[in-house]
Design a protein around this ligand. Structure first.
Ligand code: PGA
Length: 253
């Protein structure tokens, strides 16, 4: 049984005051909810203050990126240990905005994934095709390349801890989500890739999320699919009410 995950990716939104007010409200809305891992991923500047508020609650902390080195002369970067230090348990890696605007490669994402796992951070590794690739029938080839890059870096003892988020780029922030059936096909395909590399036992443990215009209205459709284990939520995670409604729709009673 895989425990579902609902992770909120705040992206570059919310100053400290706004972050505090969002997470205080969220804490009340999701109080007592069990059976789903609730993760918030604020900007770096609010990690500490958010951690102070969610300590002892059912909300977990994640970051939106990190570097793979432990420390040193890497101006502007944040290390895996620094994320641990501030109380993160999760880290989003290889989000399409990072791949697109900051030219992160699948090899770099793999190095970051390895570094995260080595300090016991749970990586949420994002993969997904753009519209042109989808229309050109390249979706599976793109996903395969992004997923297989992980395999050379991650050994089977740690692979089961990875979370993958399948996020078709054309569905992110557009209000146009993938159909749940299409998302499930790709998510099954991702699980098969893990299965052929690490065996079915490990593949069955890996949690694979859908992301891209998830909202309180469409979350149940996704959760009703066989292989979708939760969601990475952008826009709707910026409001305590909508994010909590998504969490509630996912709760295993
Ligand atoms: P969205 O973003 O929910 O606003 O589409 C998802 C994401 O980028 O992770």
């Amino acid at each position: 049984m895989r425990i579902p995950v609902i992770a909120g990716n705040w992206k570059m939104n919310k100053n400290i005051v706004e972050a505090v007010s969002l997470v205080k409200e969220l804490k009340d809305f999701v109080r007592g909810i069990k059976g789903v891992d609730i993760v918030v991923c604020p900007p770096f500047t609010s990690l500490w203050v958010v951690k102070e508020i969610i300590n002892g609650t059912n909300i977990l902390l994640g970051a939106q990126n990190m570097y793979w080195e432990t420390k040193g002369a890497f101006t502007g970067e944040t290390s895996p240990l620094m994320l641990k230090d501030v109380g993160c348990e999760y880290v989003i890696l290889g989000h399409s905005e990072r791949r697109q605007y900051f030219k992160e490669t699948s090899e770099e994402v793999a190095k970051k994934t390895e570094a995260a796992l080595s300090v016991n951070l749970i990586p949420i590794v994002c993969v997904g095709e753009n519209l042109k690739e989808r229309e050109g029938g390249e979706t599976k080839a793109i996903i395969e390349q992004e997923i297989k890059a992980l395999f050379s870096k991650i050994d089977s003892t740690l692979a089961g801890r990875i979370i993958v988020a399948y996020e078709p780029i054309w569905a992110i922030g557009t209000g146009r989500s993938s159909s749940s059936q299409d998302a499930n096909i790709i998510i099954k395909f991702i699980r098969e890739l893990f299965s052929s590399e690490y065996g079915s036992k490990i593949a069955e443990r890996i949690r694979i999320l859908y992301g891209g215009s998830v909202n309180p209205q469409n979350i149940s459709e996704f959760m009703n699919e066989s292989d979708i284990d939760g969601a990475l939520v952008g826009g709707a995670s910026l409001y305590a009410l909508s994010f909590s409604q998504i969490v509630k729709a996912t709760e295993i009673l």
